[in-house]
Write a protein that binds this ligand. Structure first.
Ligand code: FAD
Length: 453
């Protein structure tokens, strides 16, 4: 896959999910790639996520396509657990299963972030010759010359690196984004959700095997609280408790392990039994924050560009942040191939192709938070979801639920939303016509009944 890189150099800031995948693509395209990461090597297996980032992630069609292109899917499969739908645990005690789709392949795959990250780094280094420098934090950037200033997290020593292409893959609070926009016309819309999250473990049952059906995403909706749990390959599940940061029933109010136990007894009695070390984990695990970022431009000086959360962090409620970040890597790689010798044109084309769609994803992700929080308990919503799936089964090509298009296809997000709106309008019109027909039928029947009396 060599090509437009032609021996050019690329410096990537961030060896997270998007940075390490893009490193692999760029190296195969002929770039000499160095990646600078402030944390330790994920392959060392230490505790990477002192900041409380999610332990596992739902991989879907867009991420799968990117990993297949990288040639890594085969070795990752054994580390994933299929999730065939949502297993809803109603507050009253009942359960309901909502399949993610109607076709066999329309499922998600739960994978541990550390396993995925280590696999990507290992593949980029050993198979594509990427050089990773851990423990180095990006402090400064001159976009015009492509010069990065980095300092050692432990040593404090400073070094400078110049590259033909500089990539900010450094996450939602990206330093590259800030430094790239400095002194230039730029926009940044950063919103923090008033809810945060904390991870809690549902271990395997004492006699072995899972404590709850494993091949599903488990969801416990409750008043001003939500738990979702992803399955792991060892039959445990990682639960994520979402709560408001402040106010009644918030992380600020529930301070101790004993408070957490009381809270679970009241709001999540079913989940309470599944988390034996609730008190200990609640006290030990950090509270993570949820941020959404929209920004422009995504590139500067024809040589600096952003990928992943650095340019479009979204709330995690559509399970698309990583999948969209992987899709960025595919599109950027294709744009570099399509514009050999003109990096500026390639970077502009990439932003033009991606930004309208990641803006749509940000809206959908915010909307899905409200749906997961309130709607999963609403019978009207469940009926609508069922109608969508039935129509999809009857017209598999013509009718696709929005969730199916987002998660199980690589149709651009904006196109998926447009198509879903057209379907909504059709369904609305059909329902109105049926209601009108029923009303007419009612009047006719009443008249007939009067006549025969
Ligand atoms: P990151 O993964 O944040 O990586 C950025 C890297 O840059 C980090 O390694 C960081 O240490 C490094 N870095 C930062 N600053 C510097 C600096 N100055 N110098 C050097 N290095 C630096 N997505 C899904 O698709 N499916 C899911 O199910 C899903 N679930 C989620 C659940 C939760 C609770 C959360 C919070 C997110 C979830 N996501 C999910 C989103 C996903 O985690 C992100 O979209 C993804 O991690 C983005 O990858 P990235 O490489 O762009 O950023």
């Amino acid at each position: 896959m060599t090509g437009p890189g032609g021996g050019a150099t690329a410096a990537i800031v961030g060896a997270g999910l998007s940075g390490s995948l893009l490193a692999l693509f760029l190296a195969r395209r002929g770039f000499r790639v160095e990646v600078f990461e402030r944390r330790d090597d994920p392959r060392a297996g230490g505790k990477q996520d002192a900041e409380g980032r999610s332990i596992n992630l739902g991989l879907s069609a867009r991420g799968i396509r990117a990993l297949r292109r990288a040639g890594l899917l085969g070795e990752l499969w054994p580390h994933t657990v299929p999730m065939r739908g949502r297993f809803i645990h109603a507050p009253g005690g009942g359960t309901a299963f909502q399949p993610y789709g109607t076709a066999e392949h329309e499922i998600l795959h739960s994978v541990r972030r550390d396993v995925l990250n280590a696999t990507l780094v290992e593949a980029a280094e050993t198979r594509a010759g990427v050089r990773f420098r851990f423990g180095l934090r990006c402090r400064d950037l001159d976009p015009e010359t492509g010069t990065l200033t980095l300092t050692g997290e432990v040593t404090g020593e400073t070094r400078q690196v110049t590259a033909d292409l500089v990539v900010g893959a450094d996450g939602a609070f990206s330093a590259v984004r800030r430094l790239m926009h400095r002194g230039r016309p730029a926009e940044l819309r950063q919103e923090c959700l008033e809810w945060g999250y904390k991870e809690l473990t549902i271990p395997p049952a004492p006699g072995g095997g899972p404590r709850t059906p494993i091949e599903a995403l488990h969801v416990w909706p409750a008043h001003r609280a939500l738990i979702v749990a992803h399955p792991n390959t060892d039959d445990s599940l990682t639960g994520t408790l979402f709560l408001p940061h402040e106010g009644e029933g918030s992380f600020a109010e529930i301070r101790s392990g004993a408070d957490a136990e009381r809270f679970f007894d009241a709001r999540f009695p079913g989940a309470r039994e599944l988390i034996p070390d609730l008190a200990g984990e609640y006290e030990a695990n950090p509270v993570g924050s949820l941020v959404s970022v929209r920004t422009s431009p995504w590139s500067a000086a024809g040589r600096v560009v952003l990928v992943g959360d650095a340019c479009h962090a979204v709330y995690p409620f559509y399970g698309q942040g990583m999948n969209a970040s992987f899709e960025d890597c595919v599109v950027l790689d294709e744009c570099l191939a399509a514009h050999p010798g003109d990096m500026g044109a390639a970077l502009r084309a990439y932003e033009g192709l991606r930004r309208p769609h990641t803006d749509v994803l940000a809206e959908l992700s915010a909307r899905n938070f409200l749906e997961l929080r309130d709607g999963l308990r609403s019978p009207a919503r469940m009926l609508r979801a069922r109608a969508d799936l039935v129509l999809n089964r009857v017209f598999p090509r013509g009718w696709k639920p929005l969730y199916t298009m987002i998660s199980h296809t690589t149709m651009p997000y904006g196109e998926a939303l447009r198509r879903a709106r057209r379907q909504d309008a059709l369904l609305g019109a059909a329902t109105a016509a049926l209601a009108a027909g029923a009303a007419l039928g009612g009047t006719w029947a009443a008249r007939r009944a009067r006549r025969t009396r």
